[in-house]
Ligand binder design. Structure first.
Ligand code: AMP
Ligand code: MG
Length: 400
């Protein structure tokens, strides 16, 4: 059986970034990845910009304490100075305005006294360039301001706007078709009859897809019937870059997914992973290179399988350089004493302690217990075998 790392390597060996498109820079593009370098069209700031409300002066004029200067004009942000600042002159100036010719420094208004058109500078340590943001300090025209591969985060939206971009070449969000399987499943708006349960994986996997950087499309519940499952999976393969099935991938008589996938021309690369929860986990590739995951039916297993294998694949398809998952080491908040027959991922929460962040394993009832997993913002990875750890012992933590 494949170890987690081998299984992830297998998935990623079949995963390549999608073809890029032009993305309009509405908030719908938040999290897409830039496909090209972005250059500044102008210097920023485009002029030497004043950083404080006060007076634009020649620093040399302020060397003597209490130097009086003649106020020659007033320039708020958005206006342009019309008079050069000569020896003994000052311009009343406001944050965001261009510095006038001749002036080389700004004195904060708190360090001045004004009487009529004379201002007295009470700060005798005025340095050239103080409170002036030189032209092109943030970016120079023609320079690369964002590199290809940069995720479009909120600050990137601002940078792109400042260089005049309203649309950019970017990797699309991978389209992820989500299919639940099982005769026992009904949707959330229905009341279960005996033997039935509500489909929790469908909504969970569509939400995980959004969080992971994919564009979900929920395709519904496939009954444990070969023809029905086949037609839904065929639809999934038609409209998705990634088909996400849950349930029906184990070895029971009603676990029809593996055979249906083979019938539809999907090549299966593995069917099990040495991991707890979530051992039955199928990965294959469709006739057009679509990625196909058969996640376990138990909700917590499905969740862990998504985080360990599906999310990294979505990230690579979407143009991210790093697939993740992000793993760090943190001290355990509480002692751990348990034995596992496989490498195990336990739902956990990051906790800010007196001396920094720690991680706390959540009380949890195992693979079917989604409510117990719900508060998790991390998974603690435990090796197979016995784990005995005192509070404060470093443990491996997968960030969600
Ligand atoms: P399976 O892998 O199909 O044998 O399912 C394993 C367990 O997970 C069974 O108890 C199923 O009822 C449950 N299960 C399967 N699919 C879902 C789903 N979409 N939502 C909630 N539970 C599910
Ligand atoms: Mg089933």
């Amino acid at each position: 059986m494949l170890e987690v790392a081998e299984a992830l390597a297998t998935v990623l060996s079949h995963t390549k970034p999608l073809k890029t498109e032009v993305a309009a820079l509405t908030t719908a593009a938040l999290g897409q990845v830039l496909a090209v370098d972005i250059l500044a069209d102008l210097d920023s700031p485009p002029f030497a910009k004043v950083l404080r409300d006060g007076y634009a002066v020649r620093a040399a004029d302020c060397a003597a304490p209490g130097a009086p200067l003649k106020v020659i004009e007033e320039v708020p942000a958005g206006k342009v100075p019309t008079k050069p600042v000569g020896a003994g002159d000052a311009t009343r100036i406001f944050t965001g305005a261009p510095i006038p010719d001749g002036a080389d420094a700004v004195v904060m208004q708190e360090d001045t006294r004004r009487a009529g058109d004379v201002v007295t500078i009470t700060d005798s340590a005025v340095k050239p360039r103080q409170w002036v943001f030189a032209q092109g300090t943030e970016m120079k025209a023609g320079a690369v301001v964002l590199k290809a591969g940069t995720p479009i985060n909120p600050a990137a939206f601002g940078v792109l706007a400042s260089v005049g971009k309203t649309a950019v070449p970017a990797f699309p969000f991978p389209r992820v078709g989500v299919i639940a399987t099982g005769d026992e499943l009904i949707e959330a708006n229905m009341k279960p009859k005996p033997g039935q349960i509500r489909n929790s994986n469908g909504p969970m996997l569509t939400a995980l897809t959004v969080r992971g950087g994919g564009l979900p499309r929920y395709l519904g519940i496939a009954r444990d019937d070969r023809a029905i499952t086949r037609s839904l999976v065929a639809e999934g393969l038609e409209v998705s870059d990634v088909v996400l099935l849950c349930g029906g991938v184990s070895v029971g008589d009603y676990d029809l997914v593996p055979q249906v996938l083979t019938d539809l021309g999907v090549t299966t690369h593995f069917r099990q992973v040495l991991v707890k929860p979530g051992k039955p986990l199928l990965f294959g590739t469709g006739p057009k290179g679509q990625l196909v995951f058969g996640l376990p039916g138990n909700p917590a297993s499905s969740f862990v399988g998504f985080e360990l294998f599906v999310r990294p694949a979505i990230r690579i398809l979407g143009g991210h350089a790093e697939p993740g998952p992000r793993t760090i080491t943190l001290p355990t908040a509480e002692g751990i004493a348990e034995s596992n027959d496989r490498p195990t991922y336990r739902p956990a929460q990051l906790v800010q302690g007196a001396t920094g962040w720690t991680v706390r394993i959540l009380p949890w009832g195992g693979a079917p217990d989604l409510a117990g997993l719900q508060p998790a913002d991390a998974l603690v990875a435990l090796p197979a075998g016995d784990t005995r750890a005192d509070p404060g012992t470093p443990v491996s933590v997968v960030l969600l």
